[in-house]
Write a protein that binds this ligand. Structure first.
Ligand code: CP3
Length: 384
């Protein structure tokens, strides 16, 4: 059965403010669910899922980390007066924001609109996301007594996620939805530092100075991250990405010892569902092999390592995602296309499955049209 998602307002039901409500909640059944076809089956033949599995594709699939939100005028409009964390807890708003880049750019996958700190908020950690700054934690986690604040995440804590994913998969049809979580190391860095950091001094002080406390902390975070991913997969997410954005701060031996076991626990929890698992970090050139070993099917690469070299570091049997420098999008179209073609050539030389993406998230002032043109370019340049 093929029910392609056609981006564009025409296929969306009439909406009130913020994109919802979409009718009687709970009463609506997606056409394929009616016929016993799950969202996972519905998306299995999509270029994105096929590329993650290293299968042949009609064109190289494209999506962008942080494609939802950022500079889109339609995003700024629906977010007006709604704090970031609150917007993550409103299923109609989450659905609308997640769909916006799919409609506008024609990307091959949607990424669930949320944030890596949402599961921490959901278990009662006092934190906020400050515009232009990022997550800020009121009372940093620094002692064994502080661990008690990290209780397990139950599906009911994030019922809005289950609801939003259900609404999204119904709208998206054959276009996959990517669920995500932060990795234990990156989550720990926010909890311990209390906010963004350049040096990770408190994080590393605990890691090296109190290795048992550190191990217990990242183990709890692994359970929370795994539960958050599982909720998204069970509700219908077709693939998942684990963001270990700041793991590049670690040398390989320290990554292996202090971060990898907890990340592997997260990947193991998702293994049984058969959905592709993507693993991404920034400045992780020296860690690519280990990040694959942690349990990923697809390894995300930032812009510092060409994909053919990344393939050598990751080894056989895994696909790659990446890796255009996000700053390239501020250059004229011809330059963007030259740089994008270099990525495609390196991917072809790598000979693995390839999901085109940026080497990190879309930067806030990126011209939206540059992203739309890039999607079109990659599709045209790789069409078979
Ligand atoms: O990819 C998407 O489009 C989905 C949404 C998404 C957000 N955050 C929304 C968001 C995703 C996947 C994330 C992941 C995330 N959050 C990561 C990993 C990805 C990466 O960039 O490395 C990290 C490290 C965070 C933590 C975080 N949250 C930071 C550092 C920031 C501030 C950065 C900024 O540009 O302001 C946030 C806030 C945040 N997360 C916003 C959005 C839309 C901005 C919210 C606002 O300011 O109103």
């Amino acid at each position: 059965m093929d029910v392609p998602f056609r981006p564009g307002p025409a296929v969306l039901p009439p909406r009130g403010p913020c994109g919802g409500p979409r009718g009687r909640r709970g009463a609506w059944v997606a056409p394929w669910e009616d016929r016993g076809v799950s969202a996972h089956q519905q998306t299995a033949a999509s270029p994105f899922i096929r590329a993650c599995r290293g299968e042949s594709v009609p064109h190289t699939p494209v999506w962008f980390m942080r494609q939802a939100g950022r500079s889109l005028p339609e995003y700024l409009k629906v977010r007006e007066g709604v704090p970031m964390l609150e917007s993550c807890m409103r299923p109609e708003l989450v659905t609308e924001i997640t769909l916006q880049p799919v409609r506008r750019h024609g990307v091959d996958a949607a990424v669930y609109f949320s944030d890596i700190v949402v599961p921490l908020k959901a278990i009662g950690i006092d934190l906020d996301i400050k515009p232009g700054v990022g997550p800020v934690v009121a009372d940093p986690v620094r002692t064994r007594a502080d661990l008690a604040r990290l209780r397990p995440l139950e599906p009911d804590d994030v019922s809005y996620v289950t609801e939003a994913v259900g609404m999204l998969t119904a709208e998206l049809g054959a276009t996959p939805l990517i669920g995500f979580t932060g990795a234990p190391f990156t989550l720990a860095s926010y909890l311990i530092e209390g906010g963004p950091s350049r040096t990770y001094e408190h994080t590393k002080a605990m890691m090296y100075g109190e290795p048992e406390l550190w191990a217990d902390l990242v183990d709890r975070l692994a359970d929370i991250a795994a539960a958050f991913l599982t909720v998204q997969i069970e509700a219908g997410a077709s693939a998942v990405q684990v963001f270990d954005s700041w793991a590049g701060a670690l040398a390989p031996a320290d990554y292996r010892r202090y971060a990898m076991p907890a990340s592997a626990k997260v990947f193991d929890a998702a293994a049984g569902y058969g959905v592709p698992r993507i693993h991404f970090g920034v400045g992780t050139g020296e860690l690519l092999g280990l990040m694959g070993e942690a349990g990923a099917d697809v390894v995300g690469v930032d812009w510092r390592v060409p994909l053919d070299e990344a393939a050598r570091r990751v080894g056989p049997g895994k696909a790659l995602q990446g890796n255009l420098d996000p700053a390239v999008l501020f250059a004229p179209t011809a330059a963007v296309e030259t740089k994008a073609q270099e990525v495609l050539d390196a991917a072809a030389a790598a000979g693995t499955g390839h999901v085109f993406n940026l080497g990190h998230g879309v930067m806030p002032n990126t011209p939206p049209d540059a992203l739309t043109r890039l999607v079109d370019f990659v599709h045209r340049a790789t069409a078979v």
